[in-house]
Design a binder for this molecule. Sequence first.
Ligand code: ZN
Length: 136
Amino acid sequence: MFPDRSITIAINNAILIVAVKNLFDTEGVPGFVKALVILIESLLIKSGVDCPHCGKDKHHLHSKSDRKLKTSIGEVNLVLTRLLCLSCKKTFNPMAQLFDLDKYSRKSSSLQGFLDLVRETTSSYPACPDWEWPHV
Ligand SMILES: [Zn+2]
């Protein structure tokens, strides 16, 4: 007997929640962001990415590389995947495209914007403490 699919998903989610909590405890927010970026990258690659050089969507894993980025929450060490296009044989990095990174960038305004959005949507405190309702 195989377990019901919804039970499997529930177990996987529970494992993920525990893993994220452990990550938070040991590595803090930058570790969490790193894991989040790995998750987004795998979803992005699974959903299909087009080669920026020729536009085809058939590719193989080429390599993984570390990239340290400076953000408002501290240094985030991202692990980025490089894909090899099977059509034109050139390599590309889907997350670097998404985060608007060139080869040597140490900052990403897109990643920073994403972090600001996460903070705004998850924080129970106002994003700007000095802000007040305008007096009419
Ligand atoms: Zn290509």
